[in-house]
Design a protein around this ligand. Structure first.
Ligand code: 4AD
Ligand code: MG
Length: 441
């Protein structure tokens, strides 16, 4: 009879019906009288059984994993004591190959073993993305972005889309990607913060989820040249409000992901020991962190102890965070380590109202601060950093046209995922990761 066209996710609702669908061969197990297929269409997996005439074809012998097929057959509950995705299987009565994959040594699963040379794996990212782990990471990534948007909406924070092509720097000149813009110098954005600040007077609290670019000259587990940057800017707040907001957002999006059975299952599979963070997060003053490092024999890269004013390098930061074993809000960084726009502490002007959120396994996932609202102080900030003021006129104007206290933060989406899903590197959490020397595929 006529078959109902369907996507795989909907098949469990069609038990007893004849259905037709297309998909990729995820697994293929030919046996004497039954050939077992697992078909994948992006919405789910389904087990199919080929018997009789369906396996007496040359197509059945030629079939390889990753080929595309069209399947028609009857949906049945799996037999007692057997298991299959969705508790169903399709008994196939007609099928055909749409696009044959190479198979043999060139079959994707054969080429991408765990021990495959990392640069070959990177070249084959377009095929690796078909694998179960990569698929799971991308599903959680989509759910994470949805959860953030949902929690922002609940707080009446509005989404905007700032430009990626800019003529100002936010986080210093050393990591800027420069390009020719109709004969003028322009850059790929490092952060949308300055643009977010300019729309506080029109929209109030705002956020964006936008690619940021950093010409990082080192190869680490947590640095990409292009990453997805979730940034928010909040008006009429104090530093404490900023910390509470960041903490609240992180805890709520984790709760949303754990409340959804499909994302919860992936989190539990990839990161079995994951525990949702408890509020409040530990708040650690930078000066106390320096003491902590020295008391725990965590030295600088050159083996010497840390002193006030030192940047805390990636390795030391991760060691401390792993020892403490839960998220830390590291606050009050020295002015000399941070960018020109950060507000000073009123009782210790050499330090700033700044925060990094550190999480086990990754280290820094969030960087944020209160911003200088005073015009003269901002101008002093440009001077201190040797920044030419002219290109920043539109940013400076915010302090002339009704200035106010405000602050914000940026969160690295890939780093957040690496923490949540216990991935060794952020490269696994980007669709097509870019790092030093790699912009293909
Ligand atoms: O700490 P960063 O540099 O802070 C800013 O850009 C601020 N302007 C953000 C703001 O206040 N609106 O970057 C923020 C976060 C980091 O904590 C990190 O998670 C991520 O962006 N990040 C990177 N992620 C991957 N690869 C890189 N190269 C990254 N650089 C920063
Ligand atoms: Mg930072």
């Amino acid at each position: 009879g006529d078959a109902t066209k369907s996507k795989i996710f909907a098949l469990p609702d069609l038990i007893g019906k004849r259905v037709q669908f297309q998909g990729w061969v995820h697994r293929y197990r030919p046996q004497k009288t039954n050939y077992f297929l697992v078909i994948r269409d992006g919405t789910g997996f389904v087990q199919c059984i080929l018997t009789g005439d369906c396996i007496r074809t040359t197509d059945a012998l030629d079939l390889t994993v990753e080929s595309t097929v069209e399947i028609s057959g009857k949906v049945e509950k799996v037999k007692e004591g057997q298991s299959a995705p969705g508790g169903i299987e399709v008994v196939v009565d007609y099928w055909k190959i749409i696009g044959l994959a190479p198979g043999g040594d060139d079959a994707f699963e054969g080429r991408l073993r765990i021990d495959t040379d990392p640069s070959i794996r990177a070249d084959l990212r377009h095929l690796e993305l078909r694998g179960e782990t990569a698929t799971s990471v991308m599903r959680v990534r989509a759910a994470l972005l949805r959860a953030f948007r949902d929690r922002f909406h609940a707080r009446r924070v509005i989404e905007v889309t700032p430009p990626c092509m800019v003529q100002t720097s936010v986080e210093g000149g050393s990591t800027l990607f420069e390009f020719d813009y109709y004969g003028a110098k322009a850059y790929l954005t490092q952060s949308s913060q300055l643009y977010l600040e300019t729309v506080l007077p029109s929209l109030g609290d705002v956020y964006c989820i936008q690619e940021s670019f950093r010409a990082e000259k080192s190869l680490t587990r947590r640095h990409l040249s292009e990453y997805t940057h979730l940034e928010a800017e909040l008006v009429f707040i104090k530093f404490k409000d900023l910390l509470d907001h960041i903490e609240g957002m992180i805890c709520e999006v984790v709760d949303v992901l754990l409340a959804d059975p499909s994302t919860a299952e992936i989190i539990h599979t990839l990161h079995p020991e994951f525990k949702p963070p408890q509020r409040p997060f530990m708040r650690l003053d930078y000066r106390d962190a320096i003491t902590y490092l020295n008391e725990h024999d965590i030295t600088k890269e050159d083996g010497t102890p840390h002193v006030i004013g030192d940047d805390i390098a990636e390795a030391a930061e991760r060691k401390m965070t792993d020892q403490i074993g839960r998220p830390i809000m590291l606050i009050h960084f020295p002015k000399i380590l941070k960018s020109f726009y950060m507000k000073a502490l009123s009782d210790a002007p050499e330090f700033t109202e700044s925060v990094d959120v550190l999480v086990p396994g990754v280290g820094e996932v969030v960087g944020g601060s209160m911003r200088i609202s005073d015009l003269e102080e901002l101008i002093a900030g440009y001077k201190r950093e040797g920044i030419p003021m002219e290109p920043y006129y539109w940013f400076t104007d915010q302090r002339k046209y009704g200035t106010t206290e405000h602050g914000g933060y940026g969160l690295g989406v890939e780093r957040f995922l690496a923490w949540l899903l216990k991935r060794y590197t952020v490269r696994e959490c980007s669709l097509y990761p870019r790092w030093m020397g790699r912009a293909t595929p």
